[in-house]
Design a protein around this ligand. Structure first.
Ligand code: KG4
Ligand code: ZN
Length: 333
């Protein structure tokens, strides 16, 4: 039984995972309300709130699991990449628990943890597969031949997909976080507006900043009133222009690397349009698809605990000299 702890951005989360895949408890303390009025995450506010919430969230995860700290076999914590102050709070807290309760500590890479969202959908899921992790900070295509050694085969060259959702939602005054707001607005579209897709030729990389600029230009041309009226059509066009290359290149990556399965995770994996495109695209290409369950797409500690279980099972643990790393790029293939 492993306790997972996640504080890399704006959720203070703790979870107890049994046998690698069974979510015994999952507590997510969201800070969305706190950051909404600024239209994005304010790092200093996030760190302070993590500090206030961590102990309570961990206690609640143990209580809901019906266990004592002595029942744990280890503690896994996100220590890279993320907001530096936010990571420090989680790591220092987890080190303190590990020391006080005399348990092994496992420091976890946040993007690798999102890949384990797939394992929470399917306990038997096994490599090889291509993983798409699309979140507020990353849009990564990974070739996973070993659960603990994912290799980067494509990434965004500018904005992450979730970041683009957040920026465009803010520009259209649709609210924060932008992903769910755009998805909701797009449901009311009647005439979706075509927006440019950055294709980047043969590359498996993505680019979303040109799309954001195209939205800004379009709204400048439309003016305030028309922009407000056509916001659903702009949102639908934007959503199509982000999800089309994400789905297409994920499927293309499988073809190039002779892999039969796709795994999708990260906050943007909650997007219904992306899920639909991947479902249809994988079916057409004869590929198997594992979608992270909706509740484990956005940040949570269950995925962190699941990764921790895998490391613990291999005897792969860290000592208390473990440090945070705010960038921590994954290795290329
Ligand atoms: O994985 P995550 O919770 O945090 C990071 O690791 O960054 O991802 C958060 C991102 C935000 O940018 C948010 O707007 C986006 O995921 N997101 C969505 C949806 N739900 C969350 N994007 C598109 N559609 C959604 N339904
Ligand atoms: Zn994340």
């Amino acid at each position: 039984m492993v306790l997972g702890v996640e504080t890399s951005c704006d959720e203070t989360a703790a979870s107890v995972i049994a046998d690698g895949t069974e979510v015994v408890s999952n507590v997510v303390g969201s800070q969305i309300d706190l950051h909404a009025r600024y239209g994005g995450v304010v790092p200093e506010i996030a760190s302070r709130r993590h500090l206030e919430m961590l102990d309570g969230v961990v206690a609640e995860a143990l209580e809901r699991a019906g266990i004592q700290e002595a029942d744990l076999d280890g503690i896994a914590v996100t220590c890279r990449p993320g907001l530096i102050g936010a990571l420090v709070v989680g790591l220092v807290g987890a080190k303190a628990y590990a020391w006080a309760w005399d348990k092994p500590l496992m420091g976890v890479h946040h993007i690798q943890a999102h890949v384990f969202g797939g394992r929470l959908a399917d306990a038997d899921l096994a490599p090889p597969f291509v993983a798409l992790v699309a979140s507020g900070g990353h849009s990564d295509l990974l070739l996973v031949r070993d659960w603990l050694d994912p290799r980067l085969i494509g990434e965004t060259r500018d904005d992450a997909a979730g970041e683009a959702f957040d920026k465009v939602a803010r520009h259209l005054d649709l609210g924060y976080p932008g992903g769910p707001a755009i998805q909701k607005a797009a449901e009311n579209a009647t005439r979706p507006i075509d927006l440019p897709i950055a294709d980047l030729g043969e590359s498996l990389d993505f680019s979303f900043s040109g799309l954001k600029t195209a939205v800004v230009r379009l709204t400048e041309k439309m003016g305030e009133d028309e922009t407000r009226i056509r916001a659903p059509d702009i949102a639908a066009g934007f959503q199509a222009a982000v999800t089309t290359p994400l789905a297409r290149k994920t499927i293309e990556a499988c073809r190039r690397h002779h892999v039969q399965r796709v795994v999708v995770g990260g906050g943007v994996a909650a997007n219904s349009e992306l899920r639909r495109r991947l479902t249809e695209g994988c079916a057409a290409a004869g590929l198997d698809l594992t979608l992270t369950p909706l509740k484990y797409c956005t940040d949570n500690a269950a995925m962190v605990g699941a990764l921790g279980c895998e490391r613990l099972a291999r005897g792969d643990v860290d000592d208390l000299s473990l440090d945070v790393d705010s960038t921590a790029p994954l290795p290329r293939l």
